[in-house]
Design a protein around this ligand. Structure first.
Ligand code: SAH
Length: 340
């Protein structure tokens, strides 16, 4: 069966032509799909014959709510979705004054092995498809009844490890005939796959690139992020400089503050040095404690922030949303897996 919702308009047009249908049908179907219909029978302006033909060759992906948790503190909603093959993924809806934002997953699990992250504990099961990524945005919007204006690719998985799918997802979600979410309203977070950052730079998209740095020196970074053993800090920085030069978009460095691991003044000074020359912005994240991990949240967030600011770096400290509902990476999926 063909995953029709993963097709872009060009592919869809070719597909309909092959079936001997006029090209304009492609746009009609594309629009229905991107409004969240789950069966061809709902496409009321298509003939019965065409609907039957489509049902016989294609499927329309959809997600089922497996669990939904709403934070009593800030209204953050966490969805655990069940995929057609019974795997589960998470999406988080965050409500801000400037609009609603969804944090979506790009893979079932993750193979990057970061020491502080719950998403990677069971390894990677499989990549998501473009329609499965799009559906997280679409079904969150349909379920909550609220428009989504921003997307962050910061859920389960490493988006650049599923590069082609993520590029297709961006194209779909950005489409004027689809959800039409502007690239400037999308952030992509990566653990630092430098070659893929180089590839992304070539696309010259106006999205925001967040790089999960978490340590400014190779010794520390290799300890908490295995990816650093093959892509060292110097190579990662080269890719970041290159990305900034080509796209003109400033990079955001994510830095989860871990007690006694990456929170020293010397590391703040090193981090400031790395940010120079590309107007980078640092986002300090109070570590979310993961039960399986011995790592503890740092108590030096304020001091570290001031030290960076002393070097003229722009620093923000991430607000903790949904702390009462396991809203951070992979925690809910992990619990559901353990209960099964
Ligand atoms: N694989 C991508 C995106 C997913 S993780 C990446 O590495 O960027 C989204 C962000 O949450 C990353 O910055 C990640 O390092 C961070 N993160 C993961 N576990 C965390 C934890 N326990 N506490 C704080 N931040 C965490």
């Amino acid at each position: 069966m063909i995953d029709i919702k993963s097709k872009n308009l060009t592919e869809m047009t070719a597909f309909f032509k092959e079936m001997g249908e006029p090209g304009f049908r492609a746009k009609q179907v594309f629009r229905w799909l991107h409004r969240g219909v789950t069966s061809f029978d709902e496409m009321s302006d298509l003939s019965k014959g065409l609907r039957e033909k489509l049902s016989a060759t294609c499927y329309i992906n959809s997600l089922k709510v497996e669990r939904k948790q709403v934070s009593a503190i800030d209204g953050t909603v966490k969805y655990l979705w069940r995929l057609p093959d019974d795997n589960c993924i998470e999406t988080v809806l965050m409500r801000y004054k400037h609009g609603n934002s969804v944090c979506i997953s790009s893979q079932v699990g993750c193979r990057m092995g970061c020491a502080f992250c719950a998403s990677t504990l069971g390894g990677k099961v499989r990549d998501l498809t473009p329609s499965e990524m799009l559906d997280q945005v679409m079904f969150t919007q349909l379920d909550s009844g609220e428009p989504i204006s921003n997307i962050v690719l910061m859920g389960i998985g490493e988006p650049l490890d599923n590069f082609d799918t993520v590029m297709r997802f961006l194209e779909l979600v950005n489409s004027p005939d689809g959800l039409n979410i502007g690239m400037r309203h999308i952030s992509l977070s990566t653990c630092g796959l430098a070659d893929k950052i180089d590839l992304l730079a070539q696309r010259k998209l106006q999205l925001t690139l967040s790089v999960s740095l978490h340590a400014p020196d190779n010794q520390t970074r290799s300890k908490i992020m295995p990816v650093n053993r093959s892509v060292c800090v110097e190579r990662l920085m080269e890719a970041c400089h290159n990305y900034f030069k080509i796209t003109g978009r400033r990079i955001s460095f994510e830095y989860a503050m871990i007690d006694g691991v990456n929170d020293s003044d010397a590391q703040a000074d090193l981090l400031a040095g790395l940010c120079r020359g590309m107007a980078a912005h640092v986002n300090l994240i109070p570590l979310n404690h993961v039960e399986e991990s011995p790592l503890k949240p740092s108590r030096r967030v304020k001091e570290f922030q001031r030290r960076l600011e002393g070097h003229g770096i722009t620093v923000t400290v991430r607000r903790r949303l949904g702390s009462d509902i396991d809203a951070s990476c992979g925690q809910l999926r992990r619990k559901a897996m353990q209960q099964q």
